[in-house]
Ligand binder design. Structure first.
Ligand code: F6P
Length: 336
């Protein structure tokens, strides 16, 4: 069989490890031919591809980013049709032209939605969930998430020393799009005193009370972890808004840090490397067994797969019953 592999959407640590997992298994275990497709779905529009051999896969396991490059090209977006080109049809034709038996898509929610539409068109496609946000429905974790949490936790650890030295409140904004997974996991791992998630409405009074109570208990500094997707007044970034409100209300010097893209950079953690390897390997089994139109998923410690149509358009958001929230609340962590 001859397969094509592409990476689409935001980059994250672990993509290259997944490429390696798919391709090494496809080549060594199944004797498949592999074609790397550049820049996400754009590479299928432009037929921008390269043949992958064992040599092209060396050094990928611990390398950040994606050697294939990525894009946020959405072939089914209406505007594409306005350009006169029917991109989905063109992509299906080019897949035929390249003699590909299946496409492996590594991507986040947008990519899963696109992959589901191609599957409905009869294109042979399997996908692997990728995002630091961990907001893809149907899989307990996506690779990239553990690395982002590790980076964010290290940053929070570092903020403790400067906050206590200056008796300041430090507010750190982490990524996660509309979900609060990174804020929850890094906030609890980093000992945050206040953790704000898009999924849990917050009251400034509760936040300010937590900060003032710590001051009264001889802890004149606090760590506030906010997810980028929380509700604000719409004029400022989350961290800037919360920091300003706290300083105004409490009079305590407050500073903010927006962690940004470092959460998506660099080498994946061992957990993400091994999750990527396992998911990539299992994706080739779906292809060999001609089980197309499915996304690889981690459920418990098992790698399984679910129909793309069950994933498309859904988000996996944090629920208040999450044990980290239950335990955090019992310990006095303020979730707003
Ligand atoms: O989905 C990953 C992510 O990093 C989100 O956490 C963030 O909101 C978004 O991508 C940023 O998108 P872009 O890379 O297009 O700026």
């Amino acid at each position: 069989m001859r397969i094509g592999i592409l990476t689409a959407g935001g980059d994250c640590p672990g993509i290259n490890a997944t490429i390696r997992g798919v391709c090494k298994t496809a080549i060594h275990h199944y004797g498949m031919e592999v074609l790397g497709i550049h820049s996400g779905f754009q590479g299928l529009i432009d037929i921008d591809v390269e043949s992958f051999t064992d040599k092209s896969l060396s050094g990928l396991l611990n390398q950040g980013g994606t050697v294939l490059g990525t894009s946020r090209e959405k072939p089914f977006k209406k505007s594409g049709l306005a350009s006169g080109i029917n991109k989905p049809e063109l992509i299906a034709e080019n897949i035929e032209k390249l003699g590909l038996d299946c496409i492996v898509c590594i991507g986040g929610n947008g990519t899963q939605k696109t992959a589901a539409k191609f599957a409905d068109m009869g294109v042979n496609i399997v996908s692997v969930p990728k995002t630091i946000d961990n907001d893809i429905w149907g899989t307990d974790f996506s690779f990239g998430f553990d690395t982002a949490v590790t980076i964010a936790t290290d940053a929070i650890d570092r903020l403790h020393s400067t906050a206590s030295s200056h008796k300041r409140v430090m507010v750190i904004e982490v990524m996660g799009h509309k979900a609060g997974w990174i804020a929850l996991y890094s906030g609890m791992a980093g000992g945050g005193d206040v953790i704000l998630l898009p999924e849990i409405p917050y009251r400034m009074e509760a936040i300010n009370e937590t900060v003032m109570n710590r001051l009264k208990r001889g802890k004149p500094y606090s760590i506030v972890v906010v997810a980028e997707g929380i509700l604000t007044d719409g004029t400022k970034r989350a961290a800037e808004y919360i920091a300003q409100e706290i300083q105004l209300a409490t009079g305590i010097e407050t500073r903010e840090t927006v962690l940004g893209y470092v959460q998506r950079g660099g080498s994946p953690t061992p957990f993400d490397r091994n999750l990527s390897t396992r998911m990539g390997g299992h994706a080739t089994d779906l292809i060999a067994n001609r089980q197309f139109g499915r996304m690889i998923a981690l459920v418990g410690d098992e790698i399984t797969s679910i129909p793309l149509r069950d994933v498309a358009g859904k988000l996996k958001l944090v629920d208040e019953s999450q044990d980290l929230i239950v335990q955090g609340r019992r310990m006095g962590v303020c979730f707003g």
